[in-house]
Design a protein around this ligand. Sequence first.
Ligand code: HEC
Length: 128
Amino acid sequence: MAGDVPPETIGPWPKGAYSLYQMSCRGCHGNSANVNVGTIPALNQAHRYLGVKGGRPYLIRAPGVANSPLTDRQTAAVLNWVLKHKTPVNNFIPFTTEEVAKHRQASNNALAERAKLNARMAALEDWQ
Ligand code: HEC
């Protein structure tokens, strides 16, 4: 299956997860990943979802992630790359292939799910 090509063999972009981002994500999220374009969110705050219930699986279930042609392993790699390189995450526990496989079912209504998670984040901030 084409999606099973190891990331390091995919050219001509730089090797590894960055090339996966270039091919599968950049078209929507942009090279810098730090600007909102219409309903396409910047990814530089994506780590905040890790702090609320349901947020971690949501990052896998976001439609552009769940529906990408990438394998589960590649998806874990690109998500880990985004979190490590595009967000100021602390104490990050990397996504695993198994975790992606378990949760990889695209959200039916990602914007509503996102809004619910954002409300959870806001509630956390109020409490602090
Ligand atoms: C077709 C455009 C598109 C593509 C391609 C795409 N995304 Fe997204 N992404 C979105 C939109 C729009 C959302 C907001 C939720 C929604 O409406 O689906 C989102 C949400 C996300 C989120 C959750 C963060 C948040 O603020 O909601 C992450 C993480 C993410 N995308 C990462 C990726 C990665 C990694 C890839 C490549 C594998 C990718 N996206 C490909 C459009 C896209």
